[in-house]
Design a protein around this ligand. Structure first.
Ligand SMILES: Nc1ncnc2c1ncn2[C@@H]1O[C@H](COP(=O)(O)OP(=O)(O)OP(=O)(O)O)[C@@H](O)[C@H]1O
Ligand SMILES: [Mg+2]
Length: 280
């Protein structure tokens, strides 16, 4: 297993490992001096008095692949809504790195700052080819200068090729995205996120609706991203979580708070977790 990188370190391919132009660990504009990319402190979200999040505390380290599990209604999606600015917390603080206060930023500013999110349903451009989808995503990256006559440089083409291999769609770049399987669309959307090189990636139930084979390949994909990106994955598929959690941390949410946190083995053995979730 690769170790988590320290802040300021950039990912370097090991001997024999393919170069990874999609890797983005080196914080850029985000102050991660103390090693965390995200801090949620005592976040509460009330909907008409009902607390979807209740004093939630969560720290994500730079380069970490964190899995979040928990029963339906635990607040997992609401947590992602708070991180991306879609929902404003009633109380508590949310920081991206040391100094970006997410509560003072719009959804657009948060996306610009480098938090990328994948919703459950794939939202690719169905009428366009796989390649064009990745190219369009690249053009939406605000760091790329907008131009009416945008032409891909060879470095940009190489980056698209790297992503195509990573998301297992190389050889399918000329196919219409609308004709891909559900799982392939999900991979394409992950590729469209990666090409914008977000500092933090949020994936909400990425393998929901996938075939077993697609789920296994998605686990491989995430394991390839391990240590090269900071990623938060919400999932109900425990086989998948076990595959990608490895020795990393798993957080169990319940009724809007952290019920348990530890390795998959530790949380699986936790009586409270068994009672509210895994024992069902
Ligand atoms: N906009 C809203 N208004 C009122 N209640 C809401 C709203 N959004 C979420 N909730 C409630 O907050 C709670 C947490 O919902 P959330 O979607 O975050 O759960 P979840 O952990 O993602 O569940 P699942 O595993 O089913 O996706 C639920 O009881 C939900 O009904
Ligand atoms: Mg949800």
């Amino acid at each position: 297993m690769s170790s988590v990188l320290q802040p300021g370190q950039s990912y370097e391919a090991k001997p024999g490992e393919a170069p990874t132009s999609y890797a983005r660990i080196k914080p850029d504009g985000v102050d991660t001096l103390h090693g965390a990319i995200l801090y949620l402190e005592e976040i509460t979200v009330s909907f008409d008095g009902f607390k979807a999040l209740n004093n939630l505390n969560l720290d994500i380290s730079v380069g970490e692949l964190r899995c979040i599990i928990g029963p339906n209604g635990a607040g997992k999606t609401t947590m992602m809504d708070v991180i991306t600015g879609k929902t404003r917390p009633t109380a508590g603080t949310a920081f991206f790195g040391q100094s970006m206060d997410l509560s003072k930023m719009t959804e657009y500013e948060i996306a610009q700052a480098g938090i990328g999110r994948k919703f459950q349903r794939p939202t690719v451009f169905e009428q366009h080819t796989v390649f064009d989808n990745l190219e369009l995503a690249m053009k939406m990256d605000k760091r790329v200068k907008p131009s009416l006559f945008f032409k891909l440089s060879s470095a940009q083409k190489d980056r698209i090729d790297d992503i195509l291999k990573l998301i297992r769609l190389n050889g399918m770049e000329k196919n219409l995205a609308g004709l891909l399987s559900h799982g392939q669309k999900q991979w394409l959307e992950i590729g469209m996120l990666l090409i914008q090189e977000p500092q933090l990636i949020l994936l909400d139930e990425p393998v929901a609706g996938m075939s077993d084979a697609e789920t296994a390949r998605t686990a491989e994909l995430l394991n390839e991203l391990r240590g090269k990106h900071s990623i938060v994955v919400v999932e109900h598929d425990m086989g998948f979580v076990t595959e990608i959690a490895q020795q990393g941390k798993v957080t169990v949410l319940h009724e809007g708070s952290v019920l348990a946190e530890g390795t998959m083995q530790q949380v699986q053995a936790d009586e409270r977790v068994i009672e509210v979730y895994l024992g069902r």
